[in-house]
Structures are given as C-alpha cells and as structure tokens.
Design a protein around this ligand. Sequence first.
Ligand SMILES: Cc1cc2nc3c(=O)[nH]c(=O)nc-3n(C[C@H](O)[C@H](O)[C@H](O)COP(=O)(O)OP(=O)(O)OC[C@H]3O[C@@H](n4cnc5c(N)ncnc54)[C@H](O)[C@@H]3O)c2cc1C
Length: 332
Amino acid sequence: MLRKIICYLALDKGLKVANNAWGMIEAARKVASEQDLPFIGLVVHTGMTQEYLSILPFDEVYSMKLDPKSWFDAFCHVHAFEVCYQELGLTEGLYLFASHPLYQETAIRLAARMDGAVLTQAMEIYTDPMANTVVKRGIYHDKANEWVSFEGVKHQFVTLDLAHFYADPKQGNPINIKEIFLKNPINTRIQLISERSLSWKELSLTEARFVIGVGRGVSKIGDMNGILQLAELLNAPIGGSKVADELGLIPREKRIGSSGIAIDEADVYIAIGISGSSQHLEGIKGVKHVIAINNDPAAPIHQRSTIGIVGDYQVVVPLLVQALQQGEEGEI
Ligand SMILES: Cc1cc2nc3c(=O)[nH]c(=O)nc-3n(C[C@H](O)[C@H](O)[C@H](O)COP(=O)(O)OP(=O)(O)OC[C@H]3O[C@@H](n4cnc5c(N)ncnc54)[C@H](O)[C@@H]3O)c2cc1C
C-alpha cells in the first residue's frame, strides 16, 4: 500500500497561488500530519518559475506545465493528475481540490475514473480517532451540517469550500521539486472560446464579495441613482430588507434575512437606510465587514458595523461614488 495526501493547488489563471488557497494548503498539511503521511503539492500551471515553486509550503512539489489554452479544460487537469499519480506509483490516497468549478469537475471525473469516491464543498476536514478522514459540509442550503467519512475507499477525493479555509500566505522549503512533462497540446475536444466576469446585475447575492442592501430609508426607486452607480463601481449586486421588498425596491428573491437569503460569502455589506432588525441581521451573520449608512445614530445596524456612517444616504452615497471614481483614476 502506498498512500499519500495530494493537495491539488488552486491557482489564479495558472500563474500564482490563488489568494484564497492558502487556507486549503494549511488544511491539507494538518490532515497529512494527523495521518503521518507525506504532504504533496500538485501544481498544474501555465508558467510558474522554479523559484516560485521552490518556496511553496509542501514536503514535495510535483509541477506540470499546461498550454494556457488548455488550462481551463478539466479534461487536461484529469490527464495531469493521472500522469502524476502514475509517476508517484500510488495505490491509495486522499486528494484535496478546491470547490472552484474547474477543480471540482476535475475531482468528480477523477473519482469516477479511478473507482474512488468524492465529497464536495467541505467546510472542515479532520482525522477521527479511528484514522478515518472526516468531512463537515452544509446541507439543505446550509441550514444544517453533516459529517461524513469514507468507508473502505482507496481513492478519496475532497473538494474544499475555500471560503471556510483561511490562512495567510506562507513560504516553505520542499525537499523535492519534480517537473513532469506533459504531451502538449493534450488532445481534447473542448476549446475555450471566451471568458468574462459577471456584472453586478448578473452576480448572485450569495456569491458576491461586495453586496449592497437597501431598506425603508431608500423609499423611492427614483432615489436609487447614486446607489446604482455605487453598485456599478463595486460590482456589487443589490439586495435589501423585507420592507424594501414590500416597497418594490428589490425583487422578493433578493430579500436578505431570516425569511430571505444569507449572504455569508460577502466580504463587505453596505446597508443603506436599513435599521438592522434581528431578522435582517440573521442574513448577514457571516459577512466580514458591514458599512452602515443611516441618519439615525441609534439605529441597531451601527452596532453590527465595522464602519457606521450617520447621515442622509442621498448625501453620503454620492460622496462615496466620487471617492471611488477618484480612486479609480489613481488619485486616492
Ligand atoms: C417573521 C418575520 C420575518 C422577517 N424576515 C425579515 C427578513 O428576512 N429580512 C428583513 O430585512 N426583515 C425581516 N422582517 C422584518 C423586520 O422585522 C423589519 O421590519 C425590517 O427588517 C425593517 O426593514 P428596514 O430596516 O428596511 O426598515 P426600518 O426598520 O423602517 O428602517 C429604516 C431605516 O432607514 C433609516 N433612514 C431613513 N431615512 C434615511 C435616509 N435618508 N438616509 C439614511 N437612512 C435613513 C432610518 O433611520 C431607519 O433606521 C421579518 C419580520 C418578521 C415578523
């Protein structure tokens, strides 16, 4: 039996470690040490330098270079993993991927091809006293959690929800860095034609980094011009309170709170003219930073805010827009 833990490193466009992937590396390292196994980083990139690879925080690094056109194709990642797996001569292992669509698709396909099993969207991963890998993940739209483990599975694939794994960037000193050459270009029937980022109008509230919320304080749609400009500048979709929904400022499915949705993925939530009822706060529990704009200094939303701005939003929002526009021009 040759078992190892492979962390299939999540990269930004194939060129550098994705900003949110450092937590994944730490989680993989922890599990490797719990199971007393070597900790391998598999880096399938489009042009990383040897220097960059030599400071990645793994015991061993296996690197493979793909043509940039092939990098977006899960088929090529499946192929790269299989080549590495053969090179390592593994008979079993735990393989960690990011839950990003490209990597998740790769993990699912590999699990099927290798007669393994896959657990997706892990929020936590650890080893139980019986030395089994246990994964915690959300179910029923994250209204409940379940803990699952692999039973008698040789090839164990787990995709990690990176929002739940945070760590600062770290350098390491791998004992072995091996470059594996792939046949390039790999024969694939899929071609990337184009790629574009979603605009704030298309982004879902549950996936966006910046979210704007409007409430009764913004009573008329006609008064939303500045807010729409803010949304454009921050690429932030607009949701709001139950009252905003009832007033017709936002559609029902964009209501945030206990009877609406939770926006736990957001780094920043800008609450405009929202008092901060307990039901509304329920929907923003996981938000990292709240910026409140409210003309009442006693409004409860200020208690939940990182920054509370007391003032009329019709004055404050245009100032924010102006500052952001100046910032875009490099003046701030
Ligand atoms: C069973 C149940 C479920 C509910 N579920 C939800 C839910 O999922 N989500 C939700 O949001 N609510 C929910 N509610 C409603 C909740 O109790 C509140 O009534 C609601 O959140 C209040 O919305 P609001 O903050 O927009 O309005 P308000 O509470 O009226 O607050 C408006 C705020 O705007 C400020 N303001 C006014 N003018 C300006 C201005 N010019 N500039 C800046 N600020 C201004 C005011 O100072 C005030 O603080 C629920 C209630 C019940 C009973």
